[in-house]
Structure formats: C-alpha cells, structure tokens
Design a binder for this molecule. Sequence first.
Ligand SMILES: NC(=O)c1ccc[n+]([C@@H]2O[C@H](COP(=O)([O-])OP(=O)(O)OC[C@H]3O[C@@H](n4cnc5c(N)ncnc54)[C@H](OP(=O)(O)O)[C@@H]3O)[C@@H](O)[C@H]2O)c1
Length: 420
Amino acid sequence: MTQNIINARVTFRNSPIHILEQFTIKDIDNAYEKFKKDSGLDECVIIQTCNRIELFGKSKSTEIEKIKKTWASLTGLEEESFNENVEFVENQEALHHLLKLTSGLDSMVLGEEQILGQIKKSITSAREIKASGQHLNTLFDKAIRMGTRIRNSSGIGKGGISVGSMAVKLAEENIDELKTKKILLIGTGEVSTLVAKSLQRRDYGFNVTSRTISRSQTFCETMGGEAVKFEDVLSGFDKYDVIFVATTAPYFLVTHERITTAMNGKNKGMMILDLSNPRTVDEKVATIGGVKLMNLDQIAEMVEKNMNARQNKVKIVENIINEEVSVLEASMKRLDAEPLVKDVFKNIDSLRIKELQKALSMLDEKDEKKIKIIEELTKAVVESIVSTPMNNIRKASEQGKPDVVELASKLFDYKQNQAD
Ligand SMILES: NC(=O)c1ccc[n+]([C@@H]2O[C@H](COP(=O)([O-])OP(=O)(O)OC[C@H]3O[C@@H](n4cnc5c(N)ncnc54)[C@H](OP(=O)(O)O)[C@@H]3O)[C@@H](O)[C@H]2O)c1
C-alpha cells in the first residue's frame, strides 16, 4: 500500500477501565481537526465505547509520536502514559484488527452486537463531517459487511452473555436468595435494557428510575419493572439491596454521602453494580461497611472465563478473518491506483470531446442521429484502448506492485497530489 492505514488504540484488554476512561476524547470534531492538522493524517475515524478508544487513520507516512502528542493534548495526559496503554498497528494488522472488531471477536462479550452499531455510528459521523474519505469509507463499509457475514456464518454471537446478564449473574453469585431482595435499576438506556431483560427472564422484581419519570414508565411498559421517581431514589437508597447503575451521567450519582446515610438506617448489606464508564458510583462507597461494589472491570473478568469456554468458535472466526483480511487488503491496495485511473480517464475524455467537436464543426454535421453515431464511435475507441491498461494498473496495485503504478504515473504525467 502506498497509503498507510494505522490504528492506535486503548482498550480494556491492556488497560483497566478507570485508566481507559482517561484517554476518552471529549470533543470529537475538534479531535478530527487536530489529528489531521498536527498528526499528518489525511483521513481519520474515532471509535469510542465504554471498552475502547480507537483511532483509525490514513496517511502517506506514519508518525506515531505525533499521534500520541495530539492525543495527549486532547486529553491533558502525559505522553508517557501512552507508552504503557496505547497499542499501535498498521496496514494488514490494522485491517485485521478492524475485522476482529466488526465480527465481535475483540469485544469484552464475545460476538456482542453493540460494537457493530457503534462502528456504524462512528463512520457515519466521520463521513458526514468529512473526517474520513475514500480510503477509510471503503475500508469501514467493507469491514462492516464482512463482519456481519462472519457473525452470521460462525454463530459467534449466539449463546453469548450480554453485559446485562453478566451483571445479573454476578449479583446472583454474590447474594443469597436474590429473589427476596429489593432491586433497583438506574438508567433506561441500552445497557439498562440488557439488565432489565435478564432480570425479567429470571423473574426478579425491580424498580427502575431515570431523570424523567415518564421515560422510566415507558421503559417499564416494555421491559418490566416498576418506575420510581428519581428524587425519591436519590434520597432513599436504604430501600434497596441491589443497585444496578448504567447511565451516562458525567458525575457520581451514587455518592459516598448518600450510601453512608442509607447504610445507617439499614441492617442488611447492599450490592452496587456500576456498569457505567465513566463511573457513576463513587469508588469510595466500597469502604462503607456492608457495601459490595462491582464495576466493569469485574465483569471483564467474568467475560474472560466465558471466552475460555468458547475458544472453539473463536478459532473458527479467526480462520475466516485470516482469509478475509487478504481480500480487504487487496481492495485497499486497488484504491491506491484509483486517483491515477480517474485522472487518466478524465484527461483522455476531455481530449476526445475536444477532437470530436473539432471534427463535427469541420463536417458541419447537423443530423442528430449521425452526430450520436460519431460520438459513440469516439467513446468506443477510447474505451477499448484505455480499459485494458487501466485494469492492469488496478491489478498491479492490488497485487502490491507500486512500481507499476509509479511507472504508469510517469507515462501519463500524473502528479500524485493533484487528485488527493
Ligand atoms: N453500550 C455499551 O456497549 C456499554 C457496555 C458496557 C457499559 N456501558 C456504559 O453504560 C453506561 C450506559 O450506556 P448506555 O449505552 O445504556 O447509554 P444510553 O443508552 O445513552 O443511556 C444513557 C442513560 O443515562 C441516563 N443519564 C444520562 N445523563 C444522566 C444524568 N446526568 N443523570 C442521571 N441519568 C443520566 C439516561 O437517562 P435519562 O436521560 O432519561 O435520565 C439514560 O437512561 C455508559 O456509561 C456506558 O459507557 C455501555
């Protein structure tokens, strides 16, 4: 590839969630501008979920130090922290990683569907603001299609365990007779839906709250549970034995003070499961007597166990990815020749039109039918002469022969930057 595809990432695999969240990029539009201006990337796409922050980029040369520097300036982190937490790969390995992402192989919950939706959202918004261009748009479109196909043919997502059911399982493992306990779910978004589904499947009763009671009521109509007022919950945590928290609140909803007050009037223990990232439960609550706090990191551990039990499927998917990655790579290499091919076709066509008009005016031809025939003739001649060499240039590019593309560029007097 004459163009480099790079991937720089911080994920739950290398970094615990509380470290990972420090790498979160808050202002994505500004980040796109900075990565392009300061890191030399021509195109970029940022994927951010609660388990990963990933940057895909396209450039002529890769300067990881510049990427780290820009990322550090966006987050206020020291550049050294990037050495420990950021993984960096390029070209075939970057394509391979994207396929692992779209097929769900790199997810905390093996084969989970949410990541595919998150990737689609990322490329759609990058495309809208023109942060991505021809290379990354093509790469992501293809990787999404391939990932979907791999999921369907391998059944990797089937029988998997969602973040929601995993959290419920953790509660079951840690609390005796969960059925007799008072359960609260804070949040009515995607993750809460997964928790609610799992609670309902196991026949547990639960209360649901979010900032607007009407939203909680609508949620309960489809997901079960009973809606309760947010204000009542915040001042009355003592009513609950198990609390699932899955919100995007940018501050602690479950504070040390609130739980201390709740535990004062309570003679039973309390388990709190914080599924949020960034966290919405102050970690200090774990120091209060009788309180057990669990977060996404612990869930990751459980998923790891779940992964071990499913290694066979992983092998199948890995094999498919290894085959598909060369197809993806060939498509990307083919793209390298496209600006040249487009330019040659454009130049030859304008010559054709110029010569055609000259000939028609010399003939002083007025008959539309004859003009059409002559015009079609010029197109056919051009097409039959140009298509074979152009297809050969594409093929050479696909087969990783940049010298052929370079030679053709010289022959057709094509300057690389003119179509970039
Ligand atoms: N999606 C995933 O794959 C995944 C996996 C694991 C963990 N997580 C983490 O789980 C959390 C929830 O994710 P999600 O996908 O469910 O998000 P979501 O669908 O966007 O839902 C967000 C929820 O947060 C509530 N909320 C937002 N701001 C709030 C505030 N200031 N105070 C109280 N509630 C607030 C919203 O309720 P109202 O606006 O109605 O109040 C809504 O119920 C996030 O921290 C995410 O990082 C996500």
